[in-house]
Design a protein around this ligand. Sequence first.
Ligand code: NAP
Length: 266
Amino acid sequence: MSKILDGKKLNTEISLDLERKIKKLKVKPRLAIIQIGSVAESTVYIKRKIAFGEKIGAKVEHIKLPSKTKKSELSSIISKLNSDKSVHGIIVQLPLPKHINPNEILNSIDEKKRVDGGKYFLPATTLGILTLLERYKINISGKKVVVIGRSELVGKPTALAMINRGATVTVCHSQTKDLKKETKQADILVVAVGKARLITKNHVSRNQVVIDVGINATADGKLVGDVDFKNVSKIVRVITPVPGGVGPMTVASLFENLLEAYYLQL
Ligand code: NAP
């Protein structure tokens, strides 16, 4: 059985650290979360962020807009938040309705307040993965990392962060010809696809570290990752569970970024 990287436990450790730091601040860090429409998963993720924010003493404002909101209306809300000094971080919960281009909207957020990526901050999921590896003393430098998924929010920034930390990185996606051949060669395999149990025991080899970013709801209402945990965990050396792995790390990392954003704006 593999060693399990416990994101839930680390989330608690990070929350205590952030709570201690925020207690000392007169003005509390404030995060604005914009949600357009009512995608059920987004609502769940936002609830978790609000709960974490409350736990550590940050302020979280949930701005809910109808799915027919025009791009111009959204832009004007962002521009008000950009110039509001009491707001330190802004996130726009993805996915957005089809008529709004996410890149255009994300790029309109003041870089110092853009706590889920951009010029100053790593996207929360990427930071969560790096922190998880670091806390468990898993080195990245010199390792062969295979990232499956090339999204702007997860796959690409994670691959780039791994390159920047000295890994040799291969990025796989839906056009990759022989996925098994690529995945088997990894020292660290990061899976960010969104397909339940895509990665089976036939994709992995001994001694690997497997980071499962995927969150998929099964027909019976359970949450599972992109990795067939039951069988893969019998083979690889280290693995993250779903739930309880990358998910809680993403939430904690978002608030680490928020506190950094707060200091940046002092
Ligand atoms: P996305 O934008 O849909 O990207 C999925 C990626 O997977 C694409 O690059 C796609 O390739 C690739 N792909 C699809 N089918 C494939 C296949 N059969 N073999 C290899 N690659 C394949 O998704 P995302 O936003 O990156 O999210 C990925 C997953 O992570 C989702 O389950 C999401 O819910 C989850 N997630 C979790 C967290 C967390 O905190 N744990 C945070 C964010 C996202 P193409 O580019 O060729 O289409």
